[in-house]
Design a protein around this ligand. Structure first.
Ligand SMILES: Nc1ncnc2c1ncn2[C@@H]1O[C@H](COP(=O)(O)OP(=O)(O)O)[C@@H](O)[C@H]1O
Ligand SMILES: [Mg+2]
Length: 360
C-alpha cells in the first residue's frame, strides 16, 4: 500500500541518506574566567576554560554513540554547544546538513524539535506542578503539534507507552513526586518522543537512577534507535555501559577526543593509554581476566591551563620526551578495521578506529 507522499516527506526522503543526523567539526567552546580585582589591576591576561577544544565527529541515523570521559572533561559543554545553549567559540555544528552555528535562538527553534535533550536528573527536568499529561502536552503546544486537545490525547498516550509506561492511563494524571526515578526519566523521554526527534542527546541519563532500573532505561534508548532510527549521543562516565549499548565510542580527555571507533574496537583493542586506564577499572565478570587497576598519576587536569604537547602527558604512564612538545592529532590506528565491525553505519560515521597518541 503506497500513500501519496507530501512535499515534506519527499524532501525528507531526498535528504535522509545524504547527511549524517549530526556533524560536529572542530568544535571549540571556551568559557571566560573572571579575573579578580588584583588580576585586573595588574593587567594579567584573561584566562579561559578550555571546556571543548576542537572535536570532530558525526552521528548517523540509528547510531548510538557514547561520549565517555571523567567529570569535567567537557561532555556536557559539548551537548550544550550542539544545541546552541552555549555559544561555540569556533567550529561548526550541522543538524541534518543544516549549519546551526551562529543561528539565533529563533532561527534554531524549528531545529530544536529535531534534537532533544535528556537530562541527568529527571527530578530537575520535570516541572513538579505539572501532571504527566501536561508535561508531555507542553512541548506539543510549543511546537504546534496536534491541533486540539482531543487530537493530542492519543499522541500523549502513545508516547508514554512507547517510553514503556503502560497502560498510559495509569500515569496521565500523576505528578512527578508520585513516580519513581526510573518512571520520571521515562516521562522525560516520552516528552521528547512526542516531537519525533531525529537526534537524542542524553547527558548521563541513568547516573542519578537506582542501579536496578538503569538497564531498563538504557534498553529503552537502545530500542528507540533501532525501531525509530533515532541517532543517540549518550554521555556517560561509565565505559562498561558504553561498551554494552553503544555502536561507537568517543573517549574524551580535557576537551579533546583522544580515541574513537566502534565499541568493539575501542573496548576490545584500546590504543590510547587513557582508554586503557579507564578500562582497567571496569569490573570484569571473570576474575581471571581482571587486570591490575591502573591509577593515573599526576594531578587531575586543569582546563584553564592545558599542558603543552599531548595534554595527557603529565598523567601518562608511557609518556616520552616528545610528548611534552607535540600535540598529537587523531589518526587512523595502525591495523585498524575501517568501517568497524560491520554495523550498518553510513560511510560518514565514527566507525573508523582513531587514536591521538604519538606512541599508540
Ligand atoms: N558555564 C560555565 N562557565 C565556566 N566554566 C564552565 C561552565 N560550564 C562548565 N565549565 C567548566 O568547563 C569544564 C567542562 O565542564 P563540563 O562540560 O560540565 O564537563 P563534564 O560534563 O564532562 O563533566 C569544567 O572545567 C567546568 O568547570
Ligand atoms: Mg556533565
Amino acid at each position: 500500500m503506497s500513500e501519496p507522499k507530501g512535499r515534506g516527506a519527499a524532501w525528507a526522503e531526498q535528504q535522509a541518506p545524504v547527511h549524517p543526523v549530526l556533524e560536529v567539526t572542530d568544535l571549540v567552546t571556551h568559557y571566560p574566567v573572571r579575573r579578580g580585582l588584583t588580576q585586573a589591576i595588574t593587567r594579567q591576561p584573561r584566562r579561559r576554560v578550555h571546556a571543548v577544544d576542537g572535536i570532530t565527529f558525526t552521528l548517523a541515523r540509528g547510531e548510538m554513540m557514547a561520549l565517555v570521559g571523567e567529570s569535567g572533561c567537557g561532555k556536557t559543554s559539548t551537548v550544550q554547544t550542539i544545541l546552541g545553549m552555549v555559544k561555540a567559540t569556533s567550529g561548526a555544528v550541522r543538524l541534518d546538513g543544516v549549519e546551526t552555528t551562529g543561528m539565533s535562538q529563533r532561527q534554531m527553534r524549528p531545529l530544536r524539535r529535531a534534537a532533544q535533550m535528556i537530562y541527568q536528573d529527571p527530578y530537575e527536568s520535570l516541572d513538579p506542578r505539572f501532571r504527566v499529561r501536561q508535561t508531555i502536552e507542553e512541548p506539543m503546544l510549543v511546537h504546534g503539534i496536534g491541533g486540539s486537545r482531543s487530537e493530542r490525547k492519543p499522541l500523549i498516550a502513545a508516547a508514554l507507552e512507547q517510553a514503556g509506561l503502560t497502560p498510559a492511563e495509569a500515569y496521565l494524571e500523576r505528578y512527578p513526586h508520585e513516580l519513581s526515578g526510573g518512571q520520571r526519566q521515562r516521562v522525560a523521554i516520552a516528552a521528547s518522543l512526542v516531537l519525533s526527534p531525529a537526534l537524542l542527546l542524553a547527558d548521563e541519563p541513568v547516573s542519578m537512577l537506582d542501579v536496578s532500573v538503569r538497564a531498563g532505561v538504557l534498553s529503552l534508548l537502545d530500542s528507540l534507535r533501532r525501531t525509530e532510527s533515532m541517532a543517540i549521543l549518550m554521555i556517560t562516565h561509565d565505559l562498561s555501559t558504553a561498551a554494552h549499548f553503544a555502536d561507537t565510542i568517543a573517549v574524551m580527555y580535557l576537551g579533546r577526543i583522544v580515541e574513537q571507533g566502534t565499541a568493539r574496537d575501542v573496548v576490545g583493542n584500546p590504543q590510547h593509554p587513557y582508554t586503557k586506564a579507564l578500562l582497567s577499572v571496569v569490573p570484569k565478570r571473570d576474575p581471571r581476566h581482571r587486570a591490575k587497576p591502573q591509577i593515573l598519576a599526576g594531578e587531575t587536569p586543569n582546563p584553564v591551563s592545558v599542558p603543552t604537547g599531548c595534554r595527557f602527558h603529565p598523567r601518562c604512564p608511557i609518556a616520552a620526551e616528545g610528548c611534552r612538545e607535540t600535540d598529537p592529532v587523531l589518526r587512523i590506528t595502525a591495523g585498524a578495521s575501517l568501517g568497524g565491525s560491520g554495523a550498518s553505519l553510513s560511510s560518514a560515521s565514527t566507525a573508523t578506529h582513531l587514536t591521538a597518541c604519538h606512541l599508540a
